[in-house]
Design a protein around this ligand. Structure first.
Ligand SMILES: *C1O[C@H](CO)[C@@H](O)[C@H](O)[C@H]1NC(C)=O
Ligand SMILES: *[C@@H]1O[C@H](CO)[C@@H](O)[C@H](O)[C@H]1NC(C)=O
Length: 307
């Protein structure tokens, strides 16, 4: 009894001595920049990949929105991956409009690749914005691939919802705590809170309109939810230009224009047009098609004031 309590107090003493001598591991470079470690997650601009799973080198694959695979996108500096899920053979797949048109494989296989990147890159904070057009069940279909891939263990759970843009922890805190993946779903997480790390996107992030065919990208607040004010939300610019094929009303993204669309002037002009909705703040997410074309990362770095 005595010996046991002595051992116990000795262990506590050693722990507190160690605690005093060995500081908690602090990230000194966050998402590639020392300056970002002290910035709130809500005060950073991230490079985003639209339909990240829909990659193909085949120029005739009309439903593709990317040319390079997930590890290559992350290697380029993409820190927001967007993707659209459909139920296929009772499991979730990422597909474009329908799995017959473009099947990007299972969500689990996709998340395994993302987890490989995260394990190899411990100082990176990553956002996932997934869409749930078929209203797939969060506990039955969404949670399992997150658990199986290991991403659920890295996912950040806010202390309350919704979080204002100004309330998020710093990138340094997120990296130190190991909770450095933020997961948003466009539909379902607002009503079903049974999977706490899957967050209702529009309560905290608003988006500009999508399927834009005007290369001036006039800004307006499109998808958003109450109760936070527009200014207290983060926001995403959906900066991809679509072409109406020969006036048919069928729109596809066009790699030919991507060099201009993904150039610094076009992205910065779009951001500037939106800042009035956000108390002058830059967008949090710059979502692009064909992330390997143009200068997306340069524009994002400038928006972060780090150029
Ligand atoms: C805009 O973003 C939403 C995802 O939140 C996506 O469904 C839509 O396809 C995007 N549109 C364009 C044109 O990028
Ligand atoms: C972060 O804050 C600075 C200073 O207020 C501001 O200039 C910048 O636009 C903000 N960026 C984002 C993404 O909120």
């Amino acid at each position: 009894m005595r010996a046991a309590s002595f051992l116990l107090s000795a262990a506590v003493a050693v722990a507190s001595v160690q605690g005093a001598i060995v500081p908690q591991r602090r990230a000194t470079v966050c998402n590639g920049h020392a300056e970002l470690c002290d910035r709130s997650y809500g005060n950073v601009t991230y490079f985003g990949s639209h339909d990240s799973f829909a990659f193909s080198e085949d120029p005739f694959a009309l439903a593709r929105d990317q040319e390079i695979d997930i590890p290559s996108q992350l290697g380029l500096g993409v820190r927001l991956l967007q993707a659209q899920a459909h139920v296929h053979d009772n499991v979730l797949h990422f597909c474009h409009t329908s799995c017959a048109l473009f099947d990007g494989g299972t969500v689990e296989a996709y998340l395994n690749k993302v987890n490989d990147f995260l394990k190899a890159n411990p100082n990176e904070v990553l956002t996932l914005i997934f869409t749930n057009p078929e209203g797939a069940s969060l506990p039955d279909l969404w949670d399992p691939p997150f658990q199986a891939s290991g991403i659920a263990d890295l996912a950040y759970v806010p202390p309350h919802l919704p979080m204002k843009q100004s309330e998020w922890p710093t990138l340094g805190d997120m990296i130190s705590s190991g909770k450095r993946v933020v997961v948003f779903l466009d539909a379902g997480a607002d009503t079903d809170r049974s999977v706490p790390y899957i967050l209702p996107e529009f309560q905290m992030v608003w988006e500009t309109p999508f399927s834009v065919t005007d290369d001036k990208f006039p800004c307006s607040v499109d998808r958003i939810s109450a109760p936070l004010s527009t200014e207290d939300h983060m926001y995403m610019i959906n900066h991809s230009l679509n072409k109406d094929i020969l006036g048919t009303g069928i729109i596809v993204s066009d790699p030919i224009d991507a060099k201009t669309t993904n150039g610094v002037p076009s992205i910065l002009a779009n951001a500037a047009g939106c800042e009035g909705f956000a108390a002058g703040r830059a967008p949090n997410f710059v979502l692009l098609d064909f992330v390997n074309i143009g200068d997306g990362l340069t524009a994002v770095t400038q928006l972060n004031g780090l150029a």
